[in-house]
Structures are given as C-alpha cells and as structure tokens.
Design a protein around this ligand. Structure first.
Ligand SMILES: Cc1cc2nc3c(=O)[nH]c(=O)nc-3n(C[C@H](O)[C@H](O)[C@H](O)COP(=O)(O)OP(=O)(O)OC[C@H]3O[C@@H](n4cnc5c(N)ncnc54)[C@H](O)[C@@H]3O)c2cc1C
Length: 430
C-alpha cells in the first residue's frame, strides 16, 4: 500500500516547486531534505531569473526574501592587472523584473513554506539513503531507516545525483561535463554596496560576469550584490582545475586578488565559504528524465543553461519541476503512472521557453572549451584598450595596428582569431 502519491527527494528549487504544484492539485506529497533547513546545503551564485517563478508564484518578489532587483549586468574581461567592461544598465524599480539576487539559505525555506502551505509535508534533516527498486520499478525511498512508499518518486537531489547512480539508473558523468563552483559571501555595509555598484537604492542590484584571471582554468567568475553582502565565486571545469595544479580555493583567491575585484570587495568581511559541483549543462546532455516509477527534475537531470553571459540553473530547475508536475497531475487523474503516461513530462518540458533557450544556445559548448577565451583574449582586449587610451612618448597606434601587434605578441594568427570569432558568433550571437 502506497503511503503517499508522491515522494520527492530534495527541497531545492526543483523539489519544492514540484511539491507546491502537486500538493495544490490535491496529491499527497512528502519532501525529504537532508539539510537541517532547506537551502542550508545549497551552493549557488544566487541570481534568479524571474519569468518562470512569476508564472508559478505570481509577484513572488512582494513576499519572497529576494535581496535586490538586478538593474545592471556587466561582462568584465580581466587582463593580468587591467579590466575591460561591457556594462548594461536598465531600470529595475518596477515590474516586470528580469532577475533578482537571492541567498539560498533564506530563499529555499520560503519556497518550501509555499509547498507546506499548499499541503505538502516537508521533512528536513533526513537523508534518503536509497531508492526502493522492485522488479525494475522505483517504489519509494529509504530514509532514516524507514521506508516511504509512493506511487511516484521525484528525484530532485541536485547535481551529484548519487541515488540514481547507486540504483544504476544513470551513467557516470564525464569530468569534462562537470565544473566545480566555489563561492564566498562577503559582508559590506548596505550603502557601500549601493554606491560601489552604482545602484540607485538598496532595492536595486548588479550582476557581474567576469572572464579571465582564473589560473588558466576554463571557467569564469561572478559577483552579485545582495542587500548587505556580495556573492562572489568562480565556476571552472573540473579537468582544467586539475590541470592548473591549483585547488579551487586558490583559484578563487587569485581571482579575488585582481585589482578590479579587490576594489569591489575592499573592506568586506568573509561570512560564508562553500563549494559544490555543477553541471556544465547543455542541450546535448539532457538525459531521459522519466523511468519506471520515477521522474528526474532540476540539476539531478543535468539541466542547466550556461551561455557565457548568464548561468541559469534555478529557473531551469523550476521549469522542469512545473513540466513534471503537469504530467504527474494528468497521470493521477487517469490513475495511470505507466512510463508512457509519465513520458508527457518530457513533452511538456520541450514546450517551455527554458528548453527553447537551451536549444538556442546549444552551440555555445565548444566555445566553453576554448582556452583562449579564458586566458588569451581577456588580456588581449585589455592590452588593446591600453594602446587606445595611453598617451606615451612613442607615437600611438590606430586600432587595427594595435590589435595586429597584440595578436602577434600572443601568437594568435588572424585566421585563428577569425575562427574563434566565428565560434563565438555561432555560440552566442548568430
Ligand atoms: C557556484 C555556483 C553558482 C551558481 N550560480 C547560479 C546562479 O547564479 N543562478 C542560477 O540559476 N543557478 C546557479 N547555479 C546552479 C544552481 O545552483 C542549480 O542549478 C540549482 O540549485 C538546481 O536546483 P535543484 O533544485 O535541481 O537542485 P539543488 O538546488 O541542488 O537542490 C537539491 C536538494 O536535494 C537535497 N538532497 C540531495 N541529496 C539528498 C538525499 N539523498 N536526501 C535528501 N535530500 C537530498 C540537497 O540538500 C538540496 O537541498 C550555480 C551553481 C553553483 C555551484
């Protein structure tokens, strides 16, 4: 006899959203979360794109513990000591909001509370040790020495996805498809952040994506403004971190030592440090997300969109949760939890704008493998800018000559540059 209609592993954005939608539709739902509180185990830069959340939790920013509405997005190329920035600023004083910064230790409990108020039972402080698999079908979970049986198990356990691996329900990940993220939260006075990041008020914030100065590791940095803290970190490919012969925290320290970053965090106090693996994401890596008796949502299904400019894991996770919930509710109505009935989850997910975005940026991944993007070009861009802005004893150069000379210095041919530009264009522009 099943105790619940649905048991959900993990109360991250994916698990909590699925719980909310399923409980709201009248299903009996239990969520097991290993953290003492939802969010206590989670690492994230903390930038959420509002559109998907707003569809499920209309005007969520009025109640949810969001930090700042993001008004500025900057892409910064970090040379050895200089920096070149592309800065985009917009009004973020009224809806529709594009993005917010959040701290997961506050935001995830809010999401879990929404699920609870819809009728789901959320059980923090319990680790699911194992999936119950009988005759090839997942029938529930074992947690805290007890069995919890359900018609359907929703796997929302995040990137490491240990339970699926343990049950032989997924293949091993290749190191080239996994990154490591290290993050710090740095406290500063609220007004200092508002002024330093050129925000109008403490409700407005900025998001910086930084390329370069990551010890040659293929990855990038981020700095997001919270109300009175900054979330700062580096996400880099695991195999390139290994090749750099540096520990992730050393790469983060090197990143923080860049003058551009130092200026932004100056006077701040470190209040939190965390590290976690994160999928590199990609359209080509989306696995089968439905099995006999279970569905996989969020980053447990390797869902993430990284297009260099934005890293989207949380709204992608929520979109997959909503698509899964739609399929599960339909299955419950027909009392048909067969594989073919649940397969509609994938169909619904493919109809989301998030999936379409993943498809649109599917060619970005070769670009993320291009070492020159993370080491040579940030420095080269800064050097060409230096040539343009500096007045020196020797005659100055026009842009073309400055670029040509700098390319030669870095041993990059015009042909190589053209190929890289084409790759960049194919990945993010055309
Ligand atoms: C450094 C870094 C920066 C990032 N920055 C951003 C960003 O700015 N914006 C963005 O959108 N995304 C970002 N991401 C990605 C984002 O954090 C994830 O994609 C997102 O959290 C996925 O949500 P989820 O609910 O699928 O999984 P998670 O948020 O990982 O939630 C999984 C939950 O399952 C629980 N759990 C795991 N195993 C068990 C078990 N056996 N039993 C019980 N509970 C279990 C965990 O404790 C956790 O609460 C970043 C990731 C990293 C590492």
């Amino acid at each position: 006899m099943d105790e619940f209609d649905v048991v959900i592993v993990g109360a991250g954005p994916a698990g909590a959203t699925a719980a909310y939608l399923l409980a709201q539709a009248g299903l009996t739902v239990v969520v097991i979360e290993r953290g003492q509180e939802p969010g206590s185990k989670n690492v994230s830069g903390g930038l959420i794109y509002a559109q998907v959340y707003d569809e499920i939790f209309p005007s969520f920013w009025q109640e949810a513990p969001v930090e700042r509405a993001i008004a500025g997005h900057s892409v910064v190329f970090l040379g050895d000591t200089a920096a070149t920035t592309i800065d985009y600023r917009a009004e973020a004083t009224a809806p529709p909001y594009n993005a917010f910064s959040v701290l997961r230790a506050k935001f995830d409990p809010w999401l879990a509370a929404q699920a609870e108020s819809a009728g789901a039972m959320v059980m923090p402080g319990f680790t699911v040790e194992e999936l119950i698999v009988e005759n090839g079908r997942v029938c529930g979970v074992k947690a805290g020495g007890d069995e919890l049986r359900a018609k359907l198990t929703v796997i929302a356990e995040g990137t490491r996805s240990q339970l699926l691996k343990q049950a032989g329900l997924r293949e091993d990940y290749s190191p080239k498809d996994v990154s490591i993220g290290v993050k710090e939260v740095i406290q500063l006075p609220q007004q200092t952040i508002t002024d330093r990041f050129q925000c109008l008020t403490a409700d407005e914030g900025a998001a910086y994506t930084l390329v370069g100065h990551t010890a040659g590791a293929e990855g990038g940095g981020f700095i997001y403004t919270n109300r009175d803290t900054l979330s700062l970190g580096v996400v880099a490919k695991i195999d390139s971190v290994y090749k750099s012969k540096k520990q992730p925290h050393q790469i983060l320290d090197e990143f923080k030592s860049h003058p551009f970053v130092t200026r932004l965090i100056h006077g701040g106090e470190l209040v939190e440090y965390s590290a976690q693996t994160v999928h590199r994401g990609g359209f080509h890596l989306i696995p089968q997300m439905v099995g006999d008796g279970y569905v996989v949502i969020g980053s447990a299904a390797r869902l993430l969109l990284n297009n260099v400019m934005t890293l989207r894991g949380m709204d992608v996770a929520v979109a997959s949760a909503a698509a899964a919930a739609k399929a599960i509710i339909a299955a419950q109505e027909k009392d048909d939890f067969s594989l073919s009935s649940l397969a509609r989850y994938e169909e619904f997910f493919k109809a989301t704008s998030v999936y379409q975005d993943m498809k649109t940026f599917k060619n970005v991944y070769p670009l993320l493998e291009n070492k020159r993007l993370f080491s040579t070009y940030p420095e080269l861009v800064c050097q060409v800018m230096e040539d343009m802005f500096s007045v020196q004893a020797q005659p100055g150069k026009k842009g073309y000559r400055a670029l040509r000379d700098r390319l030669q210095e870095h041993d990059v041919s015009w042909w190589q540059l053209t190929k890289d530009m084409y790759q960049m264009g194919k990945g993010i522009a055309i």
